[in-house]
Unconditional design. Structure first.
Length: 325
């Protein structure tokens, strides 16, 4: 049974007086910095001189300092730069400043799990990973609500790591709805699996292949687009609100019957085997190794795939339809 903590389980005062460095001011960085500041904590934003995010941080009332300076002055350092850049930022700007008893934090376990960052043994290491993009984390906090998060302590040398991590999650507003305890390995592997197999990779391949099948069979592309892509939101909202069973109650009996008979025909034993293969690549580090090498090579495959993706007819059509409807 998952262990879930709420507002009442946390002592937010343990974070009072601690200096928190937020390194990076993108999707997660801006939300962490603003939520923690509004929760009454002492926050410093660390960004390189040439960072594109500086203007936004300044507009939000920060006076960004260099990442190394932020890390040197801080008790708690939250690393919110893209996963593929974390090793370099850690080595250059953070590691030299990890004095005894400081805490290094991440919002996703990739770098720790795949050995990109190997923290020294004299510090606390923890994760708070909100279950949603930064703008949503910020908006929900501002509305007095929150989004869930996963958290874990990987290394506790001070004996305070768990209390501080939960207080950090509290400062983000996440304990308003509940934070689930996990491990770095579990968070990393399930997160990568879900985004590759369902949320991003699975869904976009499903939509595109279904769209192509309809257009190839002579149906109007506009109709194929709306029923295969736009309506995904309606079903996703129902799934989010009440799960699969409740979604089935909201759709027509015809749609529900089609779900039962055709769903397993599309997502069949072969797909299950492929999912197991994708999971194995995540677990044994094959995916992480490929992604790290891709970055070292200057992203040739990513850029080529991104270009091909943008040139797919569904994109131009989508732009036209979104203007029309
Ligand atoms: P973004 O790409 O949105 O933002 C990254 C930020 O880091 C930018 O401000 C960028 O500045 C800055 N940056 C880049 N290089 C450096 C550097 N060398 N030193 C300091 N700052 C730098 O990243 P995310 O917020 O999406 O991701 C941050 C972390 O949060 C990752 O670990 C990710 O896995 C995790 N996460 C992300 C979620 C999401 O939905 N986005 C959800 C949960 C966790 P510049 O503008 O100059 O590029």
């Amino acid at each position: 049974m998952a262990h879930i903590s709420y507002e009442g389980d946390v002592d937010p005062t343990v974070l009072q007086g601690k200096r928190i460095a937020i390194i990076g001011y993108g999707s997660q960085g801006h939300a962490h910095a603003l939520n923690l500041r509004d929760s009454g904590y002492h926050v410093v934003v660390g960004l390189p001189e040439a960072s594109k995010s500086r203007a936004r941080a300044i507009a939000d009332g920060w006076q960004p300092v260099l990442p190394g300076e932020a890390a040197r002055e801080a008790d708690i350092i939250m690393l919110l730069v893209p996963d593929q850049h974390q090793r370099a930022v850690y080595e250059q700007d953070i590691r030299p400043h990890l004095a005894d008893g400081k805490m290094l934090m991440v919002a996703h376990g990739f770098s720790l799990h795949y050995g990109q960052i190997v923290p020294p043994t004299n510090i606390d290491v923890a994760m708070v990973a909100p279950n949603g993009p930064g703008p949503m984390l910020r908006r929900m906090y501002s509305e007095g609500k929150g989004i869930p998060a996963l958290w874990t302590v990987q290394q506790d040398v001070t004996g305070q790591a768990q209390a501080l991590t939960l207080a950090y999650a509290h400062g983000l507003g996440c304990t308003r709805v509940g934070v689930i305890q996990t491990s770095i390995g579990e968070e990393t592997e399930t997160d990568l699996f879900a985004e590759q197999v369902v949320l991003c990779g699975g869904l976009t391949s499903l939509i595109r292949t279904a769209f192509e099948t309809l257009v190839e069979a002579g149906y109007q592309p506009e109709i194929a687009y709306t029923c295969c892509l736009q309506e995904v939101k309606l079903i996703a909202d129902l799934l989010y609100q009440g799960g699969i069973n409740q979604m089935h109650k909201a759709i027509s009996d015809t749609a529900e019957y089609g779900d039962y008979v055709t769903g397993p025909r599309i997502i069949d034993q072969h797909t299950r085997e492929q999912m197991r293969g994708a999971l194995k690549d995540i677990q044994d580090g094959t995916f992480a190794r490929d992604w790290i090498l891709e970055n070292q090579a200057g992203l040739p495959s990513l850029l080529a795939m991104r270009r091909k993706d943008a040139e797919h007819p569904i994109e131009a059509l989508g732009r036209r339809i979104r203007k029309m409807l």
